[in-house]
Design a binder for this molecule. Structure first.
Ligand code: FAD
Length: 461
């Protein structure tokens, strides 16, 4: 099979699909993407891009709220969010980003068909009455918000995150059900925008799957800013009341608010797409089973992104899609390595992570030294009035090779790159410690943490 003759059909135009399409087109394949909602997929239209755009406004509001301590005298009227303008900006930016993706696909010669695709056997995709023959198929349909049986979103008061941008107002008293990444991000964002937020968490703490120290900082900040966090509280039902919503918890307590946002996970969008009939194996929850080069159980059919449930991040979806195409088109390919994925939770402060976790170190799965440096000692943080957060580094015992890190701070998503490079390139704490950081800068805490790890190694030798 030569690249020129390979016909590739991709179901889904999110990062898993469109990044794969770009790679395949550059390698000379004949590429068609079938997408029902718009180029960029849910990532661009409803999930990642809109939420981060809303959070950009909420971070600005939080900065203004803290400006008094930096010597800024408040004006006659407090800054307030214009919900109409905010939501219009969010939706416009998403549409523009989708148009940018569409333009890029067009420029690379990728055909985009608007419609719903399903497998018609292992070598074709059906779109309405059309049948697209394919040598290689990539399934990248993403996932959609999981619903609770007794909490049906109505798009007005009971909402999932894809509906919230259609509101005309800011929720006055917002109840967020679910304290995972999406729940924590929206709770943080709306709190700063001016909503009175109650976060319902079924677990002991918010962000139960994240670094415990990092989650602790964020939960502490949430409480200090006036958010109510109900831990060990599982929502059983959400109903409309005369002027809002009532959430009933499993233990019978009730919580009242003006709106309820449901963030209780994702369901893969794999049903009804003819996958199993074509020999594609799904797991018990409907996720497509793939190996590390994105192959499914059906020869010639690959899958990428949220539909595989591997790690629900745009960057991972994109990498899975690219790997699938490199593999299918005979290019050299390195199987996906999730241990090096950098990720951020866009709460305020942000939590950015890469590499090994403290839980793995404590469980004895990784033999690592750990140092945690509070940001409060950082001169730049002092100047900016930042007191919450820390830099944590993990390095292998003996060699001092950097294995991972956690950064909790404003813009941690930018600071983590230094740790990410160290992990990817197997740099040691000595090498990091000898790297110049700007004075004064938040990143100075990253090199300082590396120096502390050098010292702790010297003291244990
Ligand atoms: C609120 C929120 C915020 C997030 N923020 C971030 C973030 O900051 N950073 C990050 O890395 N990740 C983030 N994510 C995760 C990220 O959005 C996903 O990991 C990413 O969208 C997965 O890409 P994908 O290509 O698998 O699917 P999607 O982006 O979901 O795209 C799949 C597309 O396929 C279409 N489709 C489905 N079935 C068919 C069919 N049969 N025929 C045709 N088209 C079909 C869908 O309509 C959709 O448009 C966030 C997720 C959420 C929910």
């Amino acid at each position: 099979m030569t690249a020129e003759r390979t016909r590739i059909v991709i179901i889904g135009g999110g990062p898993g699909g469109y990044e794969a399409a770009l790679v395949a087109a550059q390698l000379g394949a004949d590429v068609t993407v079938v997408e029902r909602d718009g180029a960029g997929g849910a990532c661009v239209l409803t999930d990642c891009v809109p939420s981060k755009t809303l959070i950009a406004t909420s971070v600005t509001m939080a900065t203004l709220a803290g400006a008094g301590s930096l010597g800024v005298r408040p004006g006659p009227a407090a800054a307030a969010v214009d919900p109409g303008q905010l939501y219009a900006r969010v939706k416009k930016l998403a549409r523009q980003q989708s148009a940018d993706v569409a333009g890029r696909l067009w420029a690379e010669g990728v055909r985009v068909i608007a419609g719903t695709g399903s497998l018609d056997g292992p070598h074709a995709v059906a779109v309405g009455r059309d049948r697209l023959a394919a040598d290689v198929i990539l399934i990248a349909p993403g996932a959609h918000p999981r619903a609770l049986p007794d909490a049906a979103p109505d798009g007005e008061r009971i909402l999932d995150w894809r509906q919230i941008y259609d509101l005309a107002e800011l929720p006055e008293r917002l109840i967020v059900v679910g304290s995972g990444v999406t729940g924590a991000e929206f709770a943080s964002g709306y709190q700063a925008l001016g909503s009175d937020v109650t976060l319902i968490s079924s677990r002991q703490r918010v962000l139960p799957n994240e670094d415990a120290d990092a989650a602790g900082v964020v939960e502490e900040v949430f409480g200090r800013r006036g958010m109510t966090v109900l831990s060990r509280s599982r929502a059983a039902a959400v109903k409309r009341s005369a002027d809002g919503v009532v959430v009933t918890l499993v233990d019978g307590r009730t919580v009242e608010g003006s709106h309820c946002l449901l963030t209780v996970g994702m369901t893969p969008s794999t049903r009804g797409a003819g996958l199993e009939a074509a020999g594609v194996r799904l797991d018990g929850r409907g996720f497509v089973e793939v190996d590390r080069v994105s192959r499914t159980s059906a020869p010639g059919i690959y899958a990428a992104g949220d539909c595989t449930g591997l790690m629900m991040l745009a960057s991972v979806a994109a990498m899975q899609g690219r790997i699938a195409m490199w593999h299918a088109l005979g290019e050299a390919v390195t199987p996906i390595r999730l241990s090096h994925v950098a990720a951020t939770i866009f709460t305020d402060p942000e939590i950015a992570t890469v590499g090994v976790t403290q839980a793995a170190v404590e469980a004895g799965q990784v033999d690592a030294r750990v140092v945690k440096l509070p940001l409060v000692t950082n001169p730049r943080a002092k100047m900016e009035g930042v007191s919450d957060g820390f830099v944590k580094l993990f390095a292998r015992q003996g060699t001092g090779v950097v294995l991972g890190g956690v950064v909790v701070s404003p813009r941690a998503s930018e600071l983590i790159l230094a740790v990410s490079i160290a992990v990817e390139q197997h740099l040691t704490v000595d090498q990091m410690a000898h790297t110049f950081a700007v004075y004064p800068s938040m990143s100075g805490s990253v090199t300082e943490a590396a120096r502390r790890l050098m010292l702790s190694a010297a003291n244990t030798d």
